[in-house]
Design a protein. Structure first.
Length: 224
């Protein structure tokens, strides 16, 4: 989906560097979720050491990058297939989709999107693997996006990193379950549930669990 996409938005072809080798993180994640492809697009990452901007399109099979002295106007992304895909699935569950994309958390004026394609399971195929949920896709994408920002000299030490188990605990609390009920559902102790909730509150800079739930819902890390 992303091969050649930088040529559509970067005017100078000489600024684009491509290679027929995928990114290890995307390849591993594709394998874990049994996806056909996993891809990441980001534009307008400011380089810490200069006034240039980095733009990249990565997948599990190829990588391309460009550096320009100016940012790419967001309007130029409107006609890209991945942008339309992210808008189409905004706020929706991705589990039944053969393809989906989600806009990642920006640290500045950059725009970053992570998406995937997969084969649609045949009817009655109970052993087929499910696609990643919106929360999983966003958590994975934000992790990788923070890595890309760090590579370009941007400090992401205060970036939000919520674990999957912390999200599970917040999700059940959001559904009206008590810490004890969540512990029974998740197969862990009530004390462990409270530990994860406390950790999530600290990471989210919230004083109450209700505030933490509201924050992760607003950031589309869980759905209620």
């Amino acid at each position: 989906m992303l091969k050649g996409v930088l040529a559509q938005i970067v005017p100078d072809p000489a600024a684009i560097v491509e290679r027929d080798k995928g990114v290890a993180f995307l390849s591993a994640t594709r394998s874990i979720y049994h996806l056909n492809d996993l891809f990441y697009l980001c534009v307008n990452i400011p380089r810490h050491s200069s006034r240039a901007f980095v733009h990249c399109a990565f997948s599990s099979d190829f990588a391309s990058q460009a550096i320009t002295p100016y940012p790419i106007p967001p309007a130029q992304l409107a006609d890209l297939e991945i942008t339309k895909l992210a808008q189409r699935w905004k706020g929706c569950s991705t589990n039944e989709a053969s393809e989906s994309a989600i806009e990642l958390t920006a640290r500045g004026r950059e725009i970053a999107i992570l998406g995937y394609t997969r084969s649609v399971p045949l009817a009655g195929d109970t052993e087929a693997e499910g696609a990643p949920s919106c929360a999983e896709l966003k958590t994975l994408g934000d992790y990788f996006h923070s890595h890309m920002l760090r590579r370009n000299g941007i400090d992401t030490s205060d970036a939000l990193v919520i674990s999957a188990r912390e999200l599970d605990c917040l999700r059940w609390v959001a559904a009206g379950k008590s810490a004890w009920e969540a512990s029974v559902i998740l197969g862990i102790s009530e004390r462990t549930v409270r530990f994860h909730l406390n950790s999530a509150r600290e990471k989210l800079n919230c004083t109450t669990t209700t505030q933490a739930v509201a924050k992760v819902v607003a950031q589309q890390l869980i759905a209620i």
